[in-house]
Design a protein around this ligand. Structure first.
Ligand code: SF4
Ligand code: SF4
Length: 272
């Protein structure tokens, strides 16, 4: 985190919720503040909405005191298009004992990269060289990439509970710049909904309904219209739950409900 970002975070934490408030508190130019705000939003440390600026539910960044040290996980596990590097393939520019042999002219995406452990968001057991898990933030996601030597490590503790916690934070903020928690392990992709794992989420989106405080029933959509219908049915399920105290939830993973949703749900629930 650079000095401008640090100043902006401190100003927001001290109660500045508007651009003017941050300018007054930091003495920085509007341009510098705008850049810092964008970077903080990307790292999910701050949100901007109609109520102004707020620090987020994600853990706050510790000062950047950590060093990569013996780790080269991102130069191995992640795909780096700028140097034509596939995932799970050690970069051709990496040499044992030297590290990155093109360090001074490494691409921007390598320069800009700092995993969540390096940023101080995660405890020591997440050190990527030991855990085999690289976590990084993008605009609207927590991205979790797992070394193919330990493809199920993310399902173990303490990792899974932490990812489930982040996922719940992201879901609670949906509609207010929420974020998804995505796991990539080899050829497999997963979306986390709290402690519920959605295998191979579709690009059209996943509709979901809470079952308990941290588990969900989900349906993977095959199109934007399908997603819309699934959401409409979820609204109706919630309505029936409020009216009758319960509503049966359709079991089929890939069903495509059609309006009107209420009669079928009432029949299924025995309320008809
Ligand atoms: S994965 Fe994180 S700790 Fe490891 S080399 Fe990359 S940035 Fe550094
Ligand atoms: S260019 Fe250097 S920093 Fe970038 S992936 Fe390769 S070894 Fe790592």
């Amino acid at each position: 985190m650079d000095q401008a970002m640090l100043s902006v975070v401190r100003a927001v934490e001290a109660g500045a919720t508007t651009m003017k408030g941050v300018i007054d508190a930091t003495g920085l130019s509007r341009l510098k503040i705008e850049r810092a705000l964008n970077a903080l939003e990307k790292q999910m440390l701050l949100v901007r909405d109609s109520r102004g600026f707020r620090a987020t539910g994600l853990p706050k960044s510790a000062p950047l005191t950590r060093q990569c040290g013996s780790c080269n996980a991102c130069c191995d596990i992640l795909e780096v298009a700028a140097v034509d590097k596939a995932a799970h393939q050690l970069c051709k520019h990496w040499r044992t004992g030297t590290g990155c042999t093109i360090y001074d002219r490494r691409p921007q995406m390598c320069r800009a990269f700092a995993c969540a452990w390096l940023q101080g968001h995660l405890d020591d057991e997440w050190f990527p060289a030991k855990s085999g898990i690289v976590v990084h933030f993008s605009q609207d996601a927590v991205n979790v990439t797992v070394d193919d030597h330990c493809p199920d490590r993310w399902r173990e503790e303490p990792y899974f509970s932490k990812l489930a916690e982040w996922s719940l934070n992201g879901i609670r903020r949906i509609g207010n710049r929420g974020y998804a928690t995505l796991v990539v392990s080899g050829a497999n992709r997963f979306l986390l909904l709290g402690r519920t794992v959605v295998p191979e989420p579709t690009l059209s989106g996943t509709a979901f309904l809470p079952l308990t405080a941290d588990t969900f029933r989900f349906w993977r959509a095959t199109s934007a219209e399908h997603l819309q219908r699934l959401h409409e049915r979820i609204v109706e399920i919630e309505r029936i739950r409020q009216e009758f105290g319960s509503c049966a939830i359709p079991e089929n993973d890939d069903d495509d409900p059609r309006a009107p949703y209420r009669p079928a749900l009432l029949r299924l629930s025995g309320h008809a």
